[in-house]
Structure formats: structure tokens, C-alpha cells
Design a protein around this ligand. Structure first.
Ligand SMILES: Nc1ncnc2c1ncn2[C@@H]1O[C@H](COP(=O)(O)OP(=O)(O)OP(=O)(O)O)[C@@H](O)[C@H]1O
Length: 325
């Protein structure tokens, strides 16, 4: 449904100084395919480019290089009005923090009606009916319609944000860390709601999180981002049961699962600056396997089974359980 082809996003650095023109490499050569009806889990530490990828996928960020194709057409070659109408109604977005994503001065009714009004969907009466239907879809009671976001709990606010994302009957929802700003007690409810909606409405979903253990159980496919690059991707079970990139292994080991109790891998230091990413493999400065071979070029993709791909010259060995031995 949406294909990113060799997408780069560079920003002008905020710390560039008067005579320096540094660039922040927020995304480098990222390729990703989101197919109809599937859940793609996008994982990586803070600063790896997850939100930038979400902005590219939702048409909020134009790539510096590379293309975004929507149902086979180049998104940024489409006339602006058509892009906003066709693409804007096909992709809904749910942000991390519903307190900042919802206008505090608008009632829930207005928040949900707004996209229907802007896109001229149906008659006034039909729009009202759709607003009530949306509220019902996300499990909120009728009296919520008159409330302002400030009068709702964090979980209720995120339900409103999800209802708004569904208003135009999109085919895809991009959810950028949709539970991380919520109270731990309601996170599972909001996650379950998203999974339930996906099944009931046949939606595709891109689910972004820094917690690979949460996402692996929701997603059909996983893509692991490190310093703006997709370093591993493939079927969620395959990637999580037998990761081949050491970075994926490190992310998984941060929250060990009962099935694959592996030794905890502690990565030292933060993700390096995206202004001057290390040459070669970007992970080599924190990788326990790195040697000279890692410093020459970004490793080409190695293809495994079922479209499992990784970019590493010293991949992790295949885990026996995952290989079915
Ligand atoms: N508008 C911008 N101007 C300059 N740099 C930016 C801008 N947006 C993002 N960046 C930088 O691009 C890199 C990727 O940022 P991004 O927000 O996409 O990462 P992330 O994985 O979503 O992180 P987080 O989980 O903290 O939101 C970071 O180094 C960030 O500082």
C-alpha cells in the first residue's frame, strides 16, 4: 500500500554555528513496504529516526531524497489537493501524547467532526451519526461527546485520538508510541483496542515503539531502526526468535523473554550523534563484535528465509529453536 524507496531525511543542524552547515541525518536510505492489512512494528532506541519515518509515512515530512509510493503512485508527484484528499483520508495517525495532540479548546464532538467537515463527508446528520459510531468503536460513553480533552483521563484522551484517526475510514493507522505517555494501568487496554480495531476493520497498522518485546507480539513484520537506517527486518517471529543483527539482539535482551532467556547485553553510551554518524556500520561504535571490516561501508543486505533481511558482516548465529532443530 505504501512503499518507501531509499528515503533520506536530512535536517539543518540546530547547533551548526554561524559558518557551519551541519546536517542531521534523521533517516538514511530507508526502504520499507507496508502491505494492506498487516501490522508492521518499527523499533529502535530514542533518536533512531522512528518518528521521522512515521512523518514520512503519513505525508507530514517530504523526504530529502528517495520516493514514497502510495498505491503505486509517487506521493510527492501528486497535486497537493489530491494528496491531501486521497492520501490524507487513507492514512490516520495516532501520536504519543494525546494531551498535546488534541486541541484543548474543542469538545470531543468537534474533534471527531472536524475531519468529516474538512473532507465534506456526507450530510450534517450523517456526520453526527458517524461521530457517535466512532465513539462507540473506541468504547467511550455518549456523554464524553460534550467533554473537553482536559476533563478526560489519559486513556480516554488516547481513545478520542484513535477515534479521530479512524474518522475517514483509513486503510492504515500509523501509531507512534501510542501508549508510552499513558499510565501503566491503561496501556494494555489501549493496545488491545488497537489490535481489536485492526481485526474488526481490516486495517493496516504501523506500530512504533522502543520496546521490541511489546511490538513482537502485535506485529506481523518487524523493522529495526538504528541511527536512521533499517538494520534488520522480517517476519516478527523470525526476527524476535532468532535476530541476526547484534543491535536487535541487544534490544531483545533488554527485556528477556521466558522462551529465550539470553544474557543481558548492555550497550554502552547513547546512540551516536545523527549529525556525524559513524562511517560504515553505524552500530560498530557500540557493537561487541565490531572489527575493521565494519568500518568500510554500510553492510549490504543479507537475505534469509521469508523476506528476513539484515545488514551485518558478523551476524548472530541462527538460534536452534527458531530454526526448528
Ligand atoms: N526538525 C528537526 N530538526 C533537526 N533535527 C531533527 C528534527 N527532527 C528530528 N531530528 C533529529 O533526527 C534524529 C531522529 O529523530 P526522531 O525523532 O525521528 O527519532 P525517534 O527514534 O523517534 O526518537 P524519539 O523516540 O526520542 O522520538 C534525532 O537525532 C533528532 O534529534
Amino acid at each position: 500500500m505504501i512503499t518507501l524507496d531509499h528515503v533520506h531525511v536530512r535536517h539543518k543542524a540546530r547547533s551548526g554555528g554561524l559558518f557551519r552547515r551541519d546536517s542531521v541525518h534523521a533517516l538514511t536510505d530507508a526502504s520499507l513496504e507496508v502491505r494492506k492489512g498487516e501490522i508492521v512494528g518499527l523499533v529502535g532506541e530514542s533518536g533512531c529516526g522512528k518518528s521521522t519515518l512515521a512523518r514520512v509515512l503519513t505525508g507530514l515530512q517530504r523526504p530529502t531524497e528517495g520516493s514514497v509510493r502510495f498505491r503505486g503512485r509517487d506521493l510527492w508527484d501528486m497535486p497537493g489537493a489530491e494528496r491531501r484528499r486521497d492520501f490524507g483520508s487513507s492514512v490516520g495517525v495516532v501520536f504519543q501524547d494525546p494531551s498535546t495532540a488534541l486541541n484543548p479548546r474543542l469538545t470531543v464532538r468537534r474533534i471527531l467532526r472536524d475531519p468529516l467537515d474538512v473532507h465534506g463527508r456526507g450530510t450534517g446528520r450523517e456526520r453526527e451519526a458517524r461521530v457517535e459510531e466512532l465513539l462507540d468503536l473506541v468504547g467511550l460513553p455518549d456523554h464524553t461527546l460534550g467533554a473537553l480533552p482536559g476533563g478526560l483521563s489519559g486513556g480516554q484522551r488516547q481513545r478520542v485520538a484513535i477515534a479521530r484517526a479512524l474518522a475517514l475510514e483509513p486503510e492504515l493507522i500509523v501509531a507512534d508510541e501510542p501508549t508510552s505517555a499513558l499510565d501503566v494501568s491503561v496501556r494494555a487496554q489501549v493496545l488491545n483496542l488497537l489490535v481489536d480495531l485492526r481485526e474488526r476493520l481490516g486495517l493496516g497498522m504501523v506500530f512504533i515503539s522502543h520496546d521490541i518485546q511489546t511490538v513482537r507480539h502485535l506485529a506481523d513484520r518487524l523493522a529495526v531502526l538504528y541511527l536512521g537506517r533499517v538494520v534488520e527486518e522480517g517476519p516478527a517471529d523470525r526476527v524476535a526468535d532468532s535476530p541476526r543483527h547484534p543491535y536487535t539482539e541487544a534490544l531483545l535482551s533488554a527485556t528477556p523473554s521466558l522462551l529465550h532467556a539470553s544474557e543481558r547485553i548492555v550497550l554502552h553510551g547513547p546512540v551516536p550523534s545523527a549529525t556525524e554518524p559513524p562511517a560504515g556500520c553505524p552500530f560498530r561504535t557500540r557493537c561487541w563484535k565490531a572489527d575493521d571490516a565494519c568500518g568500510t561501508a554500510f553492510p549490504a543486505a543479507t537475505a534469509g528465509e521469508e523476506e528476513h533481511r539484515w545488514h551485518c558482516v558478523h551476524p548472530q548465529p541462527v538460534r536452534r529453536a527458531a530454526a526448528g532443530v
